[in-house]
Design a protein around this ligand. Structure first.
Ligand code: COA
Length: 167
């Protein structure tokens, strides 16, 4: 399976919506099963030069199928514009095949080598071991815990704040 990483396009919004509302994904994102494609369309419309989003896609049965997405969102305020937030997700049917790694590599290459981002931050629900392991692989370290910060399946869960910096 030849996977290509390329910039996100507006017309990807329907496939992105499909993935964001799948079990195995939405529980660990700040999204809901009821989320509509308009949500991601409106999100893309807010993008500026400081937003860098990518998808992983594969050509399958004459169709370009999106398997994952990741974004690097640089702070716009002058004194913190060396920092950025990231997010990543992979289609549940294609997880554990190195796609998350490819997407994070692309974000880190963008940060380190192209847009002068020194510090990358993220938040992850404290029991999301796959994501925590993925981030640790790229040098992200825990900086703090946000207690009971997210409601998931009837329970308030902690989130871990992680960051990687390179000066
Ligand atoms: C987290 C996520 C993006 C990982 O994507 P992926 O394509 O499955 O990850 P990869 O195959 O590239 O794996 C990279 C590393 O992540 C870790 N990892 C991935 N899946 C794992 C699992 N099920 N259990 C433990 N570690 C896991 C491992 O360290 C792995 O490296 P290894 O294969 O050398 O052991 C994916 O599980 C996902 O989309 N989850 C739902 C959405 C989500 O949680 N997003 C992050 C929100 S903060």
């Amino acid at each position: 399976m030849e996977i290509k990483i390329r910039p996100l396009r507006f017309e990807d919004s329907y496939q992105i919506n499909d993935i964001r509302t799948m079990r195995g994904v939405f529980e660990n994102l700040p999204s809901l099963y009821s989320e509509r494609p308009e949500f991601i369309q409106n999100f893309i419309k807010t993008f500026a030069d400081s937003d860098h989003a990518f998808v992983a896609e594969v050509f399958e049965n004459n169709y370009m199928r999106i398997l994952g997405m990741a974004g690097l969102h640089i702070n716009r305020s002058p004194r913190i514009r060396h920092s950025a937030m990231i997010g990543v997700m992979v289609h549940p049917g294609f997880q554990r095949r190195g796609i998350g790694k490819r997407l994070i590599e692309c974000l880190i290459d963008t940060a380190d080598n192209w847009v002068q981002v020194k510090r990358i931050e993220l938040e992850v629900i404290s029991d999301n071991t796959p994501a925590i392991n993925l981030y640790k692989k790229f040098g992200f370290e825990q900086e703090g815990i946000k207690k009971k910060c997210v409601f998931r399946n009837g329970e308030y869960k902690d989130a871990i704040m992680m960051a990687r910096y390179k000066f």
